[in-house]
Design a protein around this ligand. Structure first.
Ligand code: NAD
Length: 490
């Protein structure tokens, strides 16, 4: 048993089990080192060691996940979003004034709020809600809990939500929010107080017909229920039951919709199926790899299995695994539920980040964080199709490399729109006091996402552009129409 140092006044638990070993190994070690050496050299690149909960090393050249995430963050997501907007504007000669509106966010809220920890001390936290545009309907977008959340990221994601709702033709605008925390460092009770206090700080900047949050990275149905309950507790009693739809992605018991939990992954798979149908590609026996095995990644993986496709490699924040004979996504999802990550899954070998990206497969589903496909990793990819489950998983360099290498990509704002589509169904059911069946939800979702797919595909052919630019053109076209009809007040 290895003892861990005392840090920040906290006694860290000894690393005894192999799972804990591996977790540390993947977060802070480099593959190829002997186990005895892993603990000696902690990440000396990372100046976020307080997040890692580990001391900064005196020697060694290892890089931890936080370092990797920081490198990934170097490329500004918002700059990438604006560059795409500019490219679409030039391609189709969109109205410059309308593009000026689209390049800015409407409202940006940054809140600093105190939360009482279990041991009685108070922590100040920072949360964001950015509302990009509501020309098509109420602001709509997820809330994420992540240490790397910042205003640039939330701005970009809010803007992308506007494009997404426009492409799929649903009556919502775009927003996004988040709290800059590592949820793993908090107890469930603390997370509840964080979610509730953040909701209180947002006040009437959210609302069922104004701005409707939903789950995103590290948030889930339970957190949505806390937000809903806090919001409903702060308004007049006679209005409470008209506000169930202040959030979507809620538990079914709290007014959620069947099919919402799997909706984003389901949408990704509907897009892949449509792509395969168009190309005459047989998904039965096809191989796929998935980055991120949370809500989007695990559902996409499980639904791909129903096409007879074979999952052969997975990477999440704890590490990467591979088994060329196939990994059962349902079994892996159960394992992740019990163990917190894919690392140490007994029916696959552990591989490193680069080997994961080099794995030969037919389809790659990135379903983790932004900028995962970049200058380094895009060169490694050995796949035919990238189906973007995550938001912004491909940066500008990565995108150019994919195009040069002839790797097709179904862009995020189309491919992962299943979540917001079924959120729209949930919102409608709440407003009308209705409960729809899963078959009805799936059929409506398929119809909407497939026709959006066809609009993007046809725009790519018509304007002779890549799919990412085509998706942007489809979105801008719809927004330009609305502004042209309504004019600019006053
Ligand atoms: P989640 O928190 O459920 O899962 C995130 C997954 O990513 C986890 O498996 C985590 O281990 C993994 N991950 C995190 N950092 C990583 C790293 N550095 N390397 C490898 N893996 C890493 O989140 P989610 O809801 O599944 O969201 C995933 C992506 O999909 C995000 O980009 C999100 O914005 C996007 N998205 C989510 C929804 C939704 O309905 N939840 C809708 C549209 C888009």
């Amino acid at each position: 048993m290895i003892s861990r140092k005392q840090e920040n006044g906290r006694n860290l638990k000894p690393l005894s089990t192999s799972r804990e070993w591996k977790l540390l190994y993947y977060q802070h070690g480099r593959p190829g080192l002997e186990e005895g050496k892993k603990f000696k050299g902690l990440c000396n690149y990372c100046d976020l060691q307080s997040l890692c909960g580990l001391p900064k090393p005196e020697s060694g050249v290892w890089r931890c996940e936080h370092y990797r995430a920081k490198v990934v963050k170097k490329s500004s997501l918002h700059e990438n979003v604006l560059k795409l907007l500019e490219k679409a504007q030039e391609t189709n000669n969109f109205d410059r004034d309308i593009c000026k509106i689209m390049a800015e966010t409407m409202n940006e809220l940054v809140v600093h709020f105190p939360v009482k920890m279990d041991d009685g001390h108070v922590k100040m936290l920072t949360g964001y809600r950015v509302q990009h545009n509501n020309a098509l309907g109420p602001f709509k977008g997820g809330l994420r809990f992540h240490p790397m959340v910042d205003i640039d990221e939330i701005r970009a994601l809010a803007t992308m939500m506007t494009w997404k709702t426009a492409i799929v033709n649903i009556p919502f605008g775009g927003a996004k929010g988040g709290i800059q925390i590592n949820p793993a460092e908090f107890s469930l009770k603390e997370l509840e107080r964080i979610a509730r206090r953040f909701t209180f700080a947002l006040g009437n900047n959210i609302g069922p017909d104004y701005d409707i949050p939903a789950p995103d990275v590290n948030t889930n149905a339970k957190i949505m229920a806390w937000i809903q309950d806090t919001y409903m507790s702060t308004i007049a009693p006679d209005e409470r039951n008209r506000c169930l739809h202040v959030v979507t992605g809620k538990p079914i018991e709290a007014g959620g919709s069947v099919g919402r939990e799997k909706a984003t992954g389901q949408g990704v798979v509907f897009c892949i199926e449509k792509w395969a149908q168009d190309k005459g590609f047989n998904l039965k026996g096809a191989t796929y790899i998935v980055q991120g095995f949370g809500n989007v990644g695990s559902w996409a993986a499980r639904l791909m299995k129903m096409n007879g496709s074979k999952l052969i490699a997975v990477e999440d924040v704890t590490g990467a695994i591979r088994n060329k004979e196939g990994i059962d996504p349902d079994e892996l999802a159960q394992y992740v539920k019990e163990n917190g990550g894919v690392v140490d899954y007994p029916k696959a070998e552990a591989i490193d980040h680069e080997v994961f990206f080099s794995t030969k497969a037919d389809v790659f589903i990135p379903a983790a964080l932004e900028n995962a496909i970049n200058r380094e990793t895009a060169e490694l990819l050995n796949v035919t199709l990238v189906a973007e489950g995550a938001n912004g998983p491909t940066d500008e360099d990565g995108d150019k490399i994919l195009q040069r290498r002839g790797i097709e990509a179904i862009p995020d704002i189309l491919c992962n729109s299943g979540g917001v589509i079924v959120s729209y169904f949930e919102w409608l059911q709440n407003k009308r006091s209705e409960f729809w069946e899963l078959e009805e939800i799936d059929a409506k979702l398929r119809k909407i996402i497939v026709s959006a797919y066809e609009r993007v595909r046809d725009a790519a052919q018509r304007y002779k552009v890549d799919w990412r630019t085509a998706a942007q053109i489809v979105a801008l076209y719809r927004l330009e129409m609305v502004y042209k009809e309504r004019g600019i007040f006053p």
